[in-house]
Design a protein around this ligand. Structure first.
Ligand SMILES: Nc1ncnc2c1ncn2[C@@H]1O[C@H](COP(=O)(O)OP(=O)(O)O)[C@@H](O)[C@H]1O
Ligand SMILES: [Mg+2]
Length: 255
């Protein structure tokens, strides 16, 4: 049996009800993310990027449409099931790091494993390995306030990946970093994607960061305006000269 895609969105909509007014943040978004992909979501401020990331990260549910994450239809899951899917399938990296300021790097990274019921010694071992993977093996006992922004974001990446998720989501991961630290964070994300095959979907305003991704998805006014994966000629049906240039229909045999 072939495995379901990491993410499958079909006509996903999300509206916010503000009493007198409805804000249609997403107005029918469809795309698929496969294992090992590396995609950048770009688009102007207010276009719906964060709304989309929250949906993909199972922090929220669509108003309508179908969203499958790791093969599970999120609309059919209870809050507890959704939390469990989030814990097991997804790692999330935020612009502002969102670390616990009074906890060490090691404890921050081990936290998702605590929620998962992993025993203490194993939590420590795996958190240490995750911190080494982001070149922070020498900062295990440091608290966030004792680290640079770049280091804090690397701790957040280790926390996102310690549970070996299928999908890593990052909303403006370099937004609070200077260019040198931003480049280091991007290098680490690219390396982790290449080594572990975790699918990476990130939102960015930075044209350089977006250009480095293998796939770009441009969002505008709550719709996907451009998806370079969909535009990839290798995936486009090829007109067949033997049929007068007619494109074979799906499932139709070539003569
Ligand atoms: N919790 C919310 N309540 C009401 N409106 C919201 C909420 N979150 C986002 N919006 C609105 O939805 C639209 C998309 O926002 P957002 O997804 O944050 O865009 P982006 O991340 O691309 O800047 C904006 O018009 C924004 O004001
Ligand atoms: Mg945003």
């Amino acid at each position: 049996m072939s495995r379901a895609p990491a993410i499958e969105a079909v006509d996903v909509r999300r509206s916010y009800d503000l009493g007198a007014e409805q804000v249609h943040a997403l107005r029918g978004v469809s795309f698929t993310v496969s294992d090992g992909e590396y995609a950048a979501i770009i688009g102007p401020s207010g276009s719906g990027k964060s709304t989309l990331m929250h949906l993909l990260g199972c922090l929220d549910r669509p108003t309508s449409g179908t969203l499958r994450v790791d093969g599970r239809d999120v609309a059919a899951l209870s809050d507890a099931e959704l939390a469990r899917l989030r814990n097991e399938a997804i790692g999330f990296v935020f612009q502002a790091f969102q670390l616990l300021s009074r906890s060490s790097a090691l404890d921050n990274v081990a936290l998702p494993l605590l929620y998962r019921g992993v025993p203490r010694a194993e939590r420590r071992e795996r958190a240490e390995a995750a911190l080494r993977a982001v070149n922070l093996g020498h900062r295990l006992g440091h608290r966030p306030t004792q680290m640079s922004g770049g280091e804090q974001q690397r701790v957040a990446i280790a926390r996102a990946l310690v549970g070996e998720p299928r999908i890593l989501l990052a909303d403006e991961p370099t937004g609070n970093l200077d260019s040198r630290n931003g480049a280091e964070v991007m290098r680490i994300l690219e390396e982790l994607n290449a080594v572990s095959g975790v699918a990476v979907v990130l939102v960015t305003h930075d044209a350089e960061v977006a250009a480095r991704a293998r796939r770009q998805v441009r969002v505008r006014d709550g719709l996907v305006e451009l998806d370079t994966a969909a535009a990839n000629p290798a995936q486009e049906p090829v007109p067949d000269p033997a049929r007068g240039g007619r494109v074979a229909a799906a499932g139709e045999e070539r003569a």
